[in-house]
Every structure is written in structure tokens, then in C-alpha cells.
Design a protein. Sequence first.
Length: 297
Amino acid sequence: MSYLSLANINFFAIISSFLIICLVVTALRLIIQYKAKQILHEEVAKRDNFALGINYACQIAVICISIAYLFDDISMAAAQKQPLRAAVLLILILAYISAGQYIHRKWILYKFNEEQAILKQNICAALVDSGMLIANCILVLALYHWVHPRGISDLLVVTLGFILLQGIFALDSKLRESRFAKVNQGASLQQNFNLANTSIGIRYAGKTIGLALAIYAGLHSAPYHGATVVENLFSVVLHCGAMWVLLYVASTILLQLSLPKVDIGLEVDHQDNIGVACLEFAVFAAIGYLLINMFSV
């Protein structure tokens, strides 16, 4: 792999990467304009739709991260020799991220229309949706790093692993919804997203991104058994499940040490305390990153 430096500048690599990012971002802008049914700059700037701006910013960030990660992994020299393979890998990565976001919107949070809420300037919805978008980006790049697919058999393992990990996302979300209902007299977390409680959106996004980082750590530590499907799926469940438990145990302890006399649930659910929600976000993201560094192989 050849690295860029001031002593070894590959202008072709820089220009090619940037042009691809520009093309994908332009396509993204046109898609969002079509959904919003008006020109994007009017929606974001004139109507001051901060929610759409947050969501749009995260989508651009995910595109840039995905392209940068892919080109860093396969090297620009390899991409020049096999441009079709690089293009297919990029399309697959973005397709899997989009599929994960679709699953999140239509299956995991099926009672809450995020796209419609974002167009209605609901910042909580933008945070929930953006958090899951970033989480899916982390998940897909983790699967790519784990498998480095080179054929149909590897792609099958990636697909089944992706579906399995979406199930973990769904189960984690349902457990959070159950806990929210238990401590809030049966209230629905998904229905509360419509109330535009920003702190709830921050907390949800933080826990989702933290879980994605924990899954990345699990896949980092899991051995890849070639094209053997059963062994690989068992490895995903074992390693990612262990990281999931460690994430919540470590985060709970750290939150208690950080704010020992504060009812975090009350502050976030009823007081819309953004500061406490940001603390939860930081703790879950930090513990997830810590797990990556501790268990990477």
C-alpha cells in the first residue's frame, strides 16, 4: 500500500477520490431534493430546516468516510489496475449502508416516519436517523474489514452477517423501547420521537453508534473461517454478543461514576437535558472505541 505524503504526492489519487466524492454527493443532493419536493438550499437555508441539514451532513460524511476507507484499504495503485473491482466494492458498500438504513426506518422503527418528521424540522428525528446511518456505515466497513470479499461465497457470508447484525440492532432497540416504557408508565419511545425531545435523539444516536463500534470490535477479534457460513455466523454471534454486553456494563459503570447523584433517565426523558444526553453519547461512543483498541487483532 502506498501512502501519500508531502514527499510523495500522488495527484491522480487525490483528484480521483475527490471527483468520485463529488459525483456521489451530487447524486445524493438530487435524491434529497426529489424527496423534499423543493430545491435543497431553499429547504435548509430559507426555511432553516436544521433537521434536514443535520441529516444531509451525516450522509455526506458517510460517503466521504466510505470512499476514503475503501481507497486506503485497497490502495490507489490497485484501484488503477482494477478500476471495475474498486467501483463494484464502493457500490456494494454504499448499497449495504442504504439497505441498513432502510431496515432501520421500515422495520426497526416502523411506528415512526423519520423522513416525514425530518421534513417537518424535527431535530430529534434527524439525530435518530443520522445516528443509525453512521452506525450502519461502521457496521458495513467492519464486515468489509473482516471478510475482504473476493468472490460470491465471501459476499454470501457478508450478506448473512449483515442480516444477523441488523437483528442485533433491532433487538437492542426493542430492549431500549421496553425499558423506556417500563420507566415512563408504558409510553412509546417511537411516539416520543415525534415530540421533538432533542436529548432523547442524542441518547438514541449515541447508544446506536456505541453499539456499532462494539460490533466493529467484535468483528476485529473474530477469526474468519473462509467461506464456511455456519462457523462464521457463530463467530459473529459469540464475539459481537460479548462486545454488546461489555459495552453496556462498562458504560453503565462509567455513567454512575460520572453522575452518581443524577437520575439520568428523568433528566433525558422528561427534562430534555441535552448536557446529560451528550454525556451518555460520549460514554457509549468512547467505550465502543475503547473496545476496538482493546480487542483488535
